[in-house]
Design a protein around this ligand. Structure first.
Ligand SMILES: *Cc1c(COP(=O)(O)O)cnc(C)c1O
Length: 357
């Protein structure tokens, strides 16, 4: 034990491991997964193609075919590069490693995606959270520009839409942030399938802007595939850190296959968007909760009288798992986040919630 204390970096010793709650057998509305599986016919075709995958061989380190397909389906301009990650979390880690120096700071609005701060901690870089506006979690131009002036951040992470609040930040403020940033701005479009808003078409206008995407939230969370798009000058440096075989043969083959049938995922995510509107209108009709509008596949809400802990536990007792955000950040006091599920899952959730209130 003494050896562990002596040798593990103090910054790591001070951290708490990222916790994922058990969810077996539950209605899972906690992790922004697409609730639909693939149609049977497509699954069969996929399985028959899987037979041709040679698992005794290393994957294509450059994943040429998969990148070509991504470029086509995601409309990534020819002059922009692509780096693939084992989930976009890995790309956040690669960026964080590439720019890490002891005297540097990374910033992100807060509350936002916890991985930005978590990974800054791993690479031993200072992290400064910049508060979002109180009422609606919008990005405040002056607060953000002041933080840039003060911290001279090497990297600014912006989730667009933001997790866990669900809102899209104002485009003109994002552009001001990019123009005033001394370093890199990473626009994390993890929920693009549900917001349909993107800066990928504008990448060529901003030398210090990169766009991060993932296939996780749109239906392939189990595959672990994310990508970073932007100028090759930046991306060539990140390629040096990416381990050569980070995207395994099964993920490469499967992602390429499913992207060739992307209309299936598009139909599913459109259904989720319709269900989001139904879920939202059901939630705002309930007395005693505050609800925030969402451009993603989850909704943030706050019971006014009850404790979030009690609602969370009550739902879990009925087999429904959502995310309890109480305690994660002062601005999220008594807040809960529910992922949009299937129509029947959403109904089960609304029914159980009404009983608990
Ligand atoms: C879920 C999420 C990610 C991570 O996605 P993976 O590709 O599954 O690692 C990244 N950014 C935001 C904002 C997210 O909510």
């Amino acid at each position: 034990m003494n050896n562990v204390r002596r040798w593990i970096k103090p910054a790591i010793q001070a951290m708490k491991a990222y916790q994922v709650p058990a969810s077996t057998g539950m209605i899972k509305l906690d992790a922004m997964e697409n609730p639909y599986s693939l149609p049977d016919a497509l699954k069969q075709q996929w399985c028959s193609e899987l037979k041709n995958v040679e698992v005794n061989r290393y994957p294509d380190a450059q994943a040429v075919l998969l990148k070509k397909k991504l470029r086509e389906v995601m409309a990534i301009p020819e002059d922009m590069g692509i780096v693939l990650g084992n989930g976009s979390d890995e790309l956040i880690q690669i960026i964080a490693m590439a720019l890490a120096q002891p005297d540097r700071t990374y910033i992100a609005p807060e509350p936002s995606f916890v991985m930005y701060q978590y990974i800054a901690g791993i690479v031993d870089v200072r992290f400064a959270g910049v508060p979002l506006n109180n009422d609606d979690f919008s990005l405040d131009r002056n607060t953000m520009l002041d933080a840039i002036e003060e911290h001279q951040p090497a990297v600014i992470f912006l989730a667009y839409p933001n997790n866990p609040t669900g809102n899209l930040f104002d485009k003109t403020i994002i552009i001001d942030v990019v123009r005033n940033a001394p370093g890199l701005v990473v626009l994390d479009e993890a929920y693009h399938a549900y917001s349909r808003e993107s800066f990928i078409p504008r990448l060529d206008r901003f030398e210090n802007l990169l766009v991060l995407r993932t296939l996780s939230k749109s239906g392939l969370a189990g595959l672990r595939l994310g990508f970073l798009a932007g100028s090759p000058e930046w991306l060539n440096e990140f390629e040096k850190i990416r381990l050569p075989y980070n995207i395994n043969v099964l993920s490469q083959m499967t992602a390429e296959f499913i992207l060739s049938h992307h209309e299936v995922l598009d139909a599913q995510t459109q259904q989720v968007c319709r269900s989001r509107e139904t879920l939202f209108s059901n939630l705002i009709q309930i007395d005693g909760i505050q609800v925030w509008p969402s451009s993603a596949n989850f909704i943030l809400f706050r019971p006014r009288a009850q404790k979030a802990n009690d609602i969370f536990a009550g739902l879990r007792q009925q087999g429904i798992l959502i995310k309890n955000l109480h305690g994660s950040h002062p601005a999220l006091s008594q807040c809960l986040r529910v992922t949009v599920g299937t129509e029947s899952e959403n109904t089960a959730f609304i029914t159980a919630l009404k009983q608990l209130l």
